[in-house]
Design a protein around this ligand. Structure first.
Ligand code: GLP
Length: 250
């Protein structure tokens, strides 16, 4: 596990975008795993800028998002499909048929999970998966006590997660109770993992990830077993760690 320190959120976003740009320059048809939430927003802005400056193209790229709420239309502004279109896809040259999210509006959600698995497999698996981390250690929407071997599935969202995400909705009651998410096993099968952690509110989460044990009670703890994982964290998120435990980049 490699840790890279960013001095602030802007630098974290640039560093994360640089990883994706570099991946696409060596393999233009890379399969990218993408995440939502506040943390990757700056990375998406940096990618759009790089695209406009002709420093990257997504023309051959294929993407799979980690998760989607159950029951929201893709044009609902709280759906992750809407988020991705607004914050990235509509600004770059990706083919819409290559940009995938789980279908949380399916009448048959189990079939939607199986379809998603099949699509990832047919694409050859994920080359680089970007993830964030929830306050309870969730990755994607894999809440505490999700079995590590779980694949794409439907989850009942934890109250911590619904409360944390309520800021995007009119009120807590409007936050969906279920989501469809890639499983921890899917995340672990990605050839490369990039975890982004920003802000002091994530300091104790990162501390637990780095110093704590591997346990299903803290889903992100599994990533320590991944052979190729990089964590990019900003100063605030790193405030609970000993300096010797991360590279300063100086
Ligand atoms: C959300 C998403 C996760 C995301 C996490 C952290 O619930 N499902 O994929 O990583 O919570 O979000 P944020 O970056 O806003 O802190």
């Amino acid at each position: 596990m490699t840790m890279e320190k960013a001095k602030d959120y802007a630098e974290l976003s640039e560093m994360a975008a640089a990883r994706i740009i570099s991946k696409l320059s060596t393999k233009p048809d890379s399969v990218l795993g993408l995440a939502t939430g506040s943390t990757p927003e700056g990375m998406y802005e940096a990618l759009i800028k790089a695209y406009k400056e002709r420093n990257v193209s997504f023309a051959e790229a294929v993407t799979f998002n980690l998760d989607e709420y159950v029951g929201l239309e893709s044009n609902d502004e709280n759906s992750y499909a809407y988020y991705m279109n607004k914050k990235l896809f509509s600004h770059i040259d990706i083919s819409p048929e290559n940009a995938h999210l789980p279908n949380g509006k399916s009448d048959d959600l189990d079939a939607a999970c199986a379809d998603y698995e099949r699509m990832i497999e047919n694409a050859g698996g994920i080359d680089l998966q970007v993830i964030g981390i929830g306050l309870n250690g969730h990755i994607g929407f894999n809440e505490p006590h999700t079995p590590f071997e779980q694949r794409t599935h439907i989850v009942e969202l934890d109250e911590t997660t619904r409360n944390a995400n309520a800021r995007f909705f009119a009120d807590l009651d409007s936050v969906p109770k279920h989501a469809i998410t890639m499983g921890i096993q899917n995340i672990m099968e990605s050839k490369e993992l990039l975890l982004l952690v920003a802000g002091e509110q994530k300091a104790s989460v990162l501390e637990r990830l780095v110093y704590g044990d591997k346990t299903e009670a803290f889903p992100a703890s599994i990533i320590k077993d991944h052979p190729n994982v990089t964590i990019i964290a900003d100063q605030g998120a790193l405030s609970g760690l000993k300096a010797a435990d991360y590279q300063t980049g100086d």
